[in-house]
Design a protein around this ligand. Sequence first.
Ligand SMILES: [Zn+2]
Length: 285
Amino acid sequence: MRKATSRCWGSERELCYATTMPTIADQRAIRECSKLPFCYLCGNPLKRSERTRDHVPPKAIFAEEDRGVNPLILPAHPQCNTGQSVGDEVIGQLVAIAHGKLPKPGKTKLKFGAIVDDSGKPSHEFLTGHDLRPLIWRFIKGFHAALYREPLVVNGRANVHMPFPEGKQLLNGRVEFSEVLPQQRLITEEIKKNRLVGNLDSVRCFNDQCVYECVWVSDDSGQTLCMFALRLYDWEKLADRQNFTPRGCVGLYSPATGKPRTSTRGTSLIFPVSGEPLDPYDEDP
Ligand SMILES: [Zn+2]
């Protein structure tokens, strides 16, 4: 019998279960993910003859020294693993700036716009022309499959907020930036709170330059939700943090199959968290 090394809350007779929270971080755990029996993109079973290996996120977006250190590789059908090359290149060039590499002149896929003030000086610059959210959802599907060994089929609520203020360029040339939704603040708070009590499920890959963390909660109607945060290098620092509240990439989803058996439920403890209210990686007062 194992001797308890930590004190249990509750009476001595209370039943205790030794549990571990799913964490994919070391080489062995990450290597196991490539053996999943289903396609992480469509969720259907895979025959040996039809498996292809997909780096999640694409390895090209990482600095060369990080590409080979704990890459997350997941199986997929070849036909499911196509059609994202422009999005891959855009996010790749964006993340490359975060690790200090500027796109070569003439090769950039990034288009920037600017709002000018009355004196003609640019006051707000912004990235335009690409919705990166479908690509982020591919990554989320991969992290869910890796952590819980089951495909992700979303049912009902699902949303991802990019780490940059989002807006729409109107036909008259004006730009309308979206309001921050209350859920962005709520998700950030849940992530920070559960990180403090060691209660997050996580994937750390590509030399820890990709960090995905999540926790499971129930909303007011009793629906099960996964709340997550995703960090690629410190990409949130690429945002305009002068004119807008700094923010991280956060989101939520509700899977059709409910809460995975091995997932971690969020703490019900109520306590304040510090730092920027929309940035899950800023904890300084
Ligand atoms: Zn597939």
